[in-house]
Design a protein around this ligand. Structure first.
Ligand code: FES
Length: 178
């Protein structure tokens, strides 16, 4: 069995805690990473082994929900998808980890997304189904039809969710950075 190769990479991480810091600053961490590691592994390693106060969002860990979006050397990145050594090949062995927008940083990588959700709610960028899930016609749907409708409804919700993430990432990449 071949040995897992480790490479030392320097990470300059954007830190800001409005309770303690007047201004944001960058903290440097030097970590050994393997070819398996994605950016989220690095954030986890920093949090679990070096600085428990580091804040970032993550949820699905499968590149679906979009919650882990940050910037690496200015590149919009899904932390749970982008491989650290591939990024190091592009940018060199010092990687700068920052929130998607520094002006919106609540704390470290966590940003305020409220205006996006307000706009999203206002424009409703998805289909609104007209299936009456509880028809009052007195007519009972056959069980198979109810199951089929529920299955279709779930598929629609997944598609809407996927589209929502895609739009959010597009919105962030179009947004002007300072
Ligand atoms: S945690 Fe969901 S896309 Fe990364």
């Amino acid at each position: 069995m071949s040995e897992i190769k480790k490479v030392s990479v320097v990470f300059k991480v954007f830190r800001f805690n409005p309770d303690n810091d007047v201004l944001p600053y960058y903290k440097t961490y030097e970590l050994e990473v393997t070819q398996e590691d994605v950016v989220l592994d690095v954030l986890n390693k920093i949090k679990w082994e070096h600085s428990g106060s580091l804040s970032y969002r993550r949820s699905c860990r499968h590149g679906i929900c979009g919650s882990c979006a940050i910037k690496v050397n200015g590149k919009a990145t899904l932390a749970c998808k982008d491989n650290v050594l591939e990024l190091a090949n592009i940018f060199g062995e010092e990687l700068v980890l920052e929130p998607q927008n520094q002006k919106r940083a609540y704390k470290d990588m966590v940003i305020d997304k409220s205006d996006f959700w307000d706009k999203y709610d206002a424009i409703k960028p998805y289909l609104i189904d007209d299936i009456d899930e509880n028809p009052e016609t007195g007519e009972e749907l056959p069980e198979k039809e109810i199951i089929d409708r529920k299955r279709e409804r779930k598929m629609e919700l997944w598609q809407k969710e996927y589209e929502r993430i895609r739009m959010y990432l597009e919105y962030l990449s179009l947004e002007k950075t300072e």
